[in-house]
Design a protein around this ligand. Structure first.
Ligand code: TMP
Length: 213
């Protein structure tokens, strides 16, 4: 079976992922690869409806975690797995690490329950669990992120959380990196856009030279 390339992009709100995801897409397209650029929660019509609910409606922490995984299941089945089977590059703005970071770290939801849901939702036919091949983590001090967001669009439910919520989200990303060091690359997102872009390019080069893409 052909196997594409699955890259996720993570970080607290305000870390500035979007510009860089678009650039990475251009790099792969220039190499002749088909690129699927997508996001979570979302990526299918149903998952986008769930996104609108989780980002704007108040709800219980378990409901929130289940909706994130419900949207992810749809996204995997409808978009991500078919793209990987075709050999495409899937660039995903957030994936399961965000659930561990926001629902696990930010909301304090049980890490083991999230691990169980992850295994169920991302189960592969061979008994494995689907994970990104590479996760680019834009790490940023929550104080700097808050300053950046202050001048941005109207905040959603998560963006309007206080700084200590984002400190917990950041710590949970660090925990995920520690648990799965092989696929995580940390970028210092406090740098200028150009310096961050250069680091992203370096991370991709280093990863390719490991023979991964
Ligand atoms: P975005 O603004 O980067 O598209 O992300 C949407 C928001 O949803 C962001 O604040 C992070 C949050 N989120 C979770 O809380 N859990 C998740 O599993 C995902 C994918 C996103």
């Amino acid at each position: 079976m052909t196997h594409g390339t699955f890259i996720s992009f993570e970080g607290i709100d305000g870390a500035g992922k979007s510009t860089h995801i678009a650039r990475v897409a251009d790099v792969f397209r220039a190499q002749g690869r088909a690129v699927v650029q997508t996001r979570e929660p979302g990526g299918t019509p149903l998952a986008e409806k769930l996104r609108a609910l989780v980002l704007h409606e108040p709800m219980d922490a378990l409901t929130e975690a289940l909706l994130m995984f419900a949207a992810r299941r749809e996204h995997l089945v409808q978009v991500i797995e078919p793209a990987l089977a075709r050999g495409d590059v899937v660039l995903c703005d957030r994936f399961t690490d965000a659930t561990f970071a926001y629902q696990g770290g930010g909301r304090g939801f049980d890490w083991q329950v999230l691990t169980l849901l992850e295994r169920m939702v991302q189960a592969l036919p061979d008994g494995g669990v689907r994970q990104p091949d590479l996760t680019v983590w834009f790490d940023l001090d929550p104080q700097i992120a808050a300053q950046r967001l202050a001048s941005a669009r109207l905040p959603d439910k998560f963006e309007s959380q206080p700084a200590d919520f984002f400190a917990a989200v950041r710590a949970a990303y660090a925990r995920r990196k520690q648990e799965m060091p092989g696929r995580f690359a940390r970028i210092d997102a406090a740098q200028s856009i150009d310096a961050v872009g250069a680091d992203v390019a370096r991370v991709l080069d280093a990863w390719r030279h490991r023979g991964a893409a």
